[in-house]
Design a protein around this ligand. Structure first.
Ligand code: NIG
Ligand code: FE
Length: 402
């Protein structure tokens, strides 16, 4: 294997290190970078590159290069689909949290091989659109053994160097499964007890769906504090379908991220800002559930770091495409193209508390995307078009259409 790789001919490099380049994205024109043993060891204008530095060479041919995209919120592991529910929604039916149970039944009924095959196909599709790191939640198993199975599936994807790196999250508190409908408190005790015991070794984070029809603040707090006590990072589905206590709870618990945030008060925004919680916004889920747009501008103005994610799941957002999410971040949430690109790279890495992803400064993972465009605005300007030319993970080309 080539130890040092030079990437040259970069028309515009998005470094996300404002000290290295121009503007919010730290843009460097006519740039190059060197990757050694999977990490960036040098970045700058090509004319300043150390001589004879690389034993391998990749020419970007004048294109724009971005850090590998980071998808900080997915429910990648599931079986079945809910196209009928989607069509009914477009005919006027409202979305309700209970639809999750349809996917729980399909997931429980799927073999290990089928579950892995579906998740692997989606992870591969994500990679082809530029995603090099993704968060993957459990949450469609909801028994001890099925939640473990979902997290093992996530681990199998993580182990494959030709797929995105995975950050795994335990979401036993997704919805109360039918067998516990009569006693939701007993289900919360199962989640924060034996289920967490079995799942914590397989997870980096712990999440809860704090919403009407799912879990209230007290139940969500009980699960998340138990997860935090096991060393898991806290994140929360909050204020998705209506106003509620989720955002305040995320602030109280010092969560890494609060996700959705479609319905926020001014106090909620202040609390998120004061606690340094990243706001992970999910624009396709809003469009698919016919919800209003999250207050992205107000969050940014308050100093909150904003991330964007696919929320890939069969109920509210069946996509793995982060370029599509960049476009919707602009067209639905009102971000500028630079803000949206930052939100799927540096913002998303902050939501996952990763300091070596989402930028291309020295020490970063050698994860990058060569676009078929000379600047990143094209991702928003040409939605749905195939603008990813080459994807590199840890200094290795894992996808190229050249
Ligand atoms: O993020 N909100 C909770 N979970 C998913 C939806 C899951 C489903 O409908 O299956 C979401 O939108
Ligand atoms: Fe979600």
């Amino acid at each position: 294997m080539t130890a040092t790789l030079a990437v040259t001919g970069i028309g515009l490099l998005v470094s996300n290190r404002p000290e290295l380049g121009d503007g919010l994205l730290g843009g460097i024109r006519d740039a190059a970078l060197l990757i050694h043993n999977g990490r960036v060891v040098w970045v700058g204008e090509q004319r300043a590159m150390p001589e004879a530095a690389g034993d391998g060479h990749l020419d970007a041919a004048g294109a724009c290069v971005l850090p590998g995209l980071v998808d900080p919120h997915t429910h990648l592991v599931f079986a079945g689909d809910r196209a009928d529910e989607f069509a009914a929604r477009l005919a006027g039916e409202p979305y309700a949290a209970g639809g999750i149970r349809t996917t729980v039944a399909a997931t429980r009924g799927a073999s290990d091989a089928a579950l892995l095959d579906g998740a692997r196909r989606r992870a591969a599709a994500a990679l082809r659109t530029g995603t090099t790191t993704m968060e993957v939640k459990s949450g469609y198993g909801l028994t001890v053994s099925d939640e473990v199975r979902c997290l093992r599936t996530a681990a199998a994807i993580s182990d494959d160097p030709a797929l995105p790196a995975v950050v795994a999250t335990f979401l036993g508190a997704h919805v109360v499964p039918p067998e516990h409908a009569g006693d939701p408190d007993a289900y919360v005790d199962l989640v924060r007890g034996p289920m967490l015991d079995a799942c914590a070794p397989l997870a980096d984070g712990c999440d809860a769906f704090c919403e009407q029809g799912a879990f209230d603040a007290e139940a969500s707090r009980a699960v998340l504090t138990a997860g935090a006590a096991r060393g898991l990072t806290v994140r929360l589905h909050a204020n998705q379908l209506g106003p509620g206590p989720g955002a305040q709870l995320a602030a109280e618990l010092g969560a890494a991220s609060a996700d959705h945030l479609t319905h926020l008060t001014a106090d909620d925004i202040d609390a998120l800002a004061a606690a340094g919680v990243v706001a992970t916004l999910l624009p396709l889920a809003e469009l698919s559930t016919r919800s209003p747009a999250a207050p992205a501008r107000r969050l940014l103005d308050a100093g909150v770091t904003v991330a964007l994610a696919t929320d890939c799941n069969p109920g509210t957002s069946y996509t793995t495409s982060m370029p599509l999410i960049v476009a919707l971040g602009c067209l639905h949430l009102g971000l500028t193209p630079d803000e949206a690109v930052r939100a799927v790279t540096a913002g998303a890495a902050a939501a996952l508390r990763l300091d070596d992803a989402g930028h291309l400064g020295v020490g970063a993972r050698g994860d990058l995307v060569i676009l078929a465009a000379d600047n990143a605005t094209h991702l928003a300007y040409r939605p749905g078009m195939d603008l990813v030319d080459t994807v590199m993970r840890s200094g290795r080309v894992v996808y190229s259409r050249r």
